[in-house]
Design a protein around this ligand. Sequence first.
Ligand code: 3PG
Length: 210
Amino acid sequence: MYPVLHEALLRGPVMPVLVIPDISMAAPLAEALASGGLTVFEITLRTECALDAMVVMRDAVPEALIGAGTVTNADRIRQANDFGADFVVSPGTTQLLLNASIEHQLPILPGFSSASEAMALMELGSRYGKFFPAEISGGVNYLHALAGPLPDFLVCPTGGIKAETAGHYLACPNVVCVGGSWIAPIDLLTEGNYTEIEARARQAASLKSL
Ligand code: 3PG
């Protein structure tokens, strides 16, 4: 286990999942999130400016831990490494992804959605996984059930989680933090409504188990 991934998962209750349409949004977004108390970011590699946005956001918030999200092939791990990511997040897991993570010494939060996939990750030495897509893969009930036989496998669920449901996930004994896009959705970014993003970050940072 890489210490930086451990720190990223334990620093706060919520990891915002970010889709950034324009590079001009990166600095004010990072500042709004940090002002609200969130300093671990998952920047999805789904937009053209995503890699550059990682650099801009690190400059804006030097204490931030920056994860590159939507890492679906080994080349994206190489790119994330070149642009200074602290870790990467994948929606699922393949051997090539795991190999690239080791090759670049870049920690990965690997995706899984079943007990078998979690067990396969444990066999390979991973203590953590991203449960995705959380809500439609069984949600809170599934995670409570998984915690019985696999109590040591710790989880960051994402996919369909909202401010109102995050606390239920955080109450699962195997959940270390949750991920979600509700803090900084594209409509707020497009409006330039960083005040609302900061307010949502503050609310997310103060979330407790329900
Ligand atoms: C993702 O990678 O898209 C995350 O799981 C975010 O899901 P959400 O938009 O439902 O929060």
